[in-house]
Ligand binder design. Structure first.
Ligand code: FRU
Length: 517
């Protein structure tokens, strides 16, 4: 085999670097936490109990805040709180106490946080800008008694970097006009019109409101797909610069609650313009940020400094079809890896590419390079690098004339996940049909596909494998697929499978990764 493998183990060096980096705070955790079966090792999970959507993601004074839908009393969904964690790098997380508790107006559903620069709300103290959380109050009594008005938008403020919060006494700031699903506000500052813009979901569309002070809001716009009655959730609206031309376009993200491309729930987006009041885009040009089954409610971080300039986002790594019954015991659900989104011109259309953030490179513990190889009898990727079932693969193949590129994760119980590209159909796929535990839902074990967006002679996969998930960024992030799985034993074998056809690997990198807890 024309195969040249360079294996260099950097373990010692990297660990030494991390130890000397005193700004990273790794939380003290009780023994036996984070080593349970299926526990993600480098993805964010709560120490215990139920989590869903990421909320209130904001960067401030060196900290990335991650709030999240949290039920601290059970591993199933229940009265929603906002859990809270901070990180200096989006990789290593420190858990903080619950930020927002349910109150007389209801549970605390999804929403966002902004830094109120200039204290427009007047809720800051000591001449400092407050942090403002904008969220949905979900009133259970209202729901039980059959009213339509039980979801309203409210705010809370913090003057100590998000550590403690006070609910605004004038809540709700947006009353419900009689729309049953009326939730998930995301707010940004519009520096053309010098005012706040809020987007939130109202059943099958997104509504846009504006405000000078975060307290008094007026509706200015609405955007939906005529005749499409799927439920929208967790929208986000923000400008992006087209990488190739420098043009500014606006992106409206919305999560869709059923009938996503591979079934169930997924995150979609539209690219268009924003005139200060209304999003102007083609409702029939809906695209998917991730074709895998497990990336929902993805939203972007607020207040990323201009000097950084990235559009950073993450999503909830599950699907409402089975989120509540996945076979984890102490905790339930994880977040996706943080991603950097970029906007690109493609013909006369625009597409978003997703890439894992560069900060994740600090997870690498060992590194192997594979140079140009025609692989005829499989290639054992796991054998060439030190790993603990946690791997990053970066593999560029020559596009096969026919047949498959097939990357296999497996264990000795013959459970496997297959990730690849089918040349005959010109699609990417993740097959978790025989991935392990799956009897908890009829919607889990299956073969999932994604279209290939470009027509080049190279097919590239950038893949992150944790103990119960895989994130595939194909063709430089033009297509991404995020999927979870629950093998009875962790996958420790990683191969390029050539049972059907040989493939030509043009270039490859394999990294072992370290755990974050
Ligand atoms: C999305 C969602 C939101 C809601 C939250 C409740 O997953 O249904 O629309 O605010 O979860 O936990």
């Amino acid at each position: 085999m024309r195969l040249l493998i360079y294996c260099i183990f950097f373990t010692q060096i990297l660990l030494a670097c991390r130890n000397s980096d005193s700004v990273i705070s790794v939380p003290e955790t009780p023994e036996n936490v984070y080593i349970e079966q299926h526990r993600p090792q480098f993805h964010f999970t709560p120490e215990a109990n139920w989590m869903n959507d990421p909320n209130g993601m904001v960067y401030h004074e060196g900290e990335y805040h991650l709030f999240y839908q949290y039920y601290p009393d059970s591993t199933g969904w229940g009265p929603m709180h906002w859990g809270h964690a901070v990180s200096t790098d989006m990789v290593f997380w420190e858990h903080l106490p619950v930020a927002l508790y349910p109150d007389s107006l209801g549970y605390i559903f999804s929403g966002s946080v902004v830094m109120d620069h200039g204290n427009t709300s007047g809720l800051g103290t000591d001449g400092k800008d407050p942090m403002i959380a904008i969220f949905t109050h979900h009133n259970m009594d209202g729901e039980r008694t059959g009213t339509l008005t039980y979801q309203t938008q409210s705010i809370a403020y913090s003057n100590d970097n998000g550590r403690t919060w006070t609910k605004y006494e004038g809540n709700p700031v947006i009353a419900n006009p009689g729309i049953k699903d009326f939730r998930d506000p995301k707010v940004i500052w519009d520096d053309v019109f010098n005012r706040w813009v809020m987007v939130f979901a109202a059943y099958d569309k997104a509504l846009i409101y504006t405000s000078a002070d975060l307290k008094d809001w007026t509706q200015t716009g609405s955007f939906g797909i005529e005749g499409d009655t799927r439920l929208w959730e967790c929208p986000d609206l923000f400008p992006m610069t087209v990488e190739e031309t420098g043009e500014i376009k606006w992106v409206l993200i919305t999560s869709i609650q059923k009938d996503a491309p591979n079934g169930g729930t997924a995150t979609s987006y539209f690219v268009g313009d924003f005139d200060g009041e209304q999003f102007i885009g083609d409702p029939n040009n809906q695209k998917w940020l991730d074709y895998g089954k497990d990336n929902y409610a993805l939203v972007t971080w607020a207040n990323i400094p201009e000097s950084d300039g990235r559009t950073l986002a993450l999503g909830w790594m599950s699907n409402w079809q089975y989120a509540q019954v996945v076979p984890t015991e102490a905790w339930r659900s994880a977040m996706t890896l943080p991603r950097s989104l970029t906007l690109h011109q493609m013909g006369d259309d625009y597409v978003i590419k997703s890439a894992p953030v560069k900060e994740l490179e600090k997870l690498r513990t060992s590194d192997a390079r594979i140079l140009s190889a025609v692989i005829k009898e499989g290639l054992d990727l796991g054998a060439i690098v030190k790993h603990d079932g946690l791997l990053e693969l970066d593999l560029t193949f020559k596009k096969p004339e026919s047949g498959l590129i097939d990357i296999h994760l497996s264990n000795e119980l013959e459970e496997y996940v297959s990730i690849g590209y089918s040349a005959d159909d010109d699609i990417f796929f993740v097959d978790r049909t025989f991935s392990g535990k799956a009897d908890f839902s009829d919607d889990f074990a299956d073969f999932h596909i994604a279209p290939r967006m470009r027509n080049s002679e190279e097919v590239r996969f950038h893949i992150f494998i944790d103990h119960s998930s895989v994130e595939v960024f194909a063709d430089d992030g033009l297509t991404s697929m995020t999927e979870i799985f629950f093998p009875n034993k962790n996958y420790m074998n990683f191969t390029i499978n050539t049972a059907i056809n040989e493939v030509e690997l043009l270039e490859g990198k394999v990294n072992g990764l370290q755990r974050i807890w």
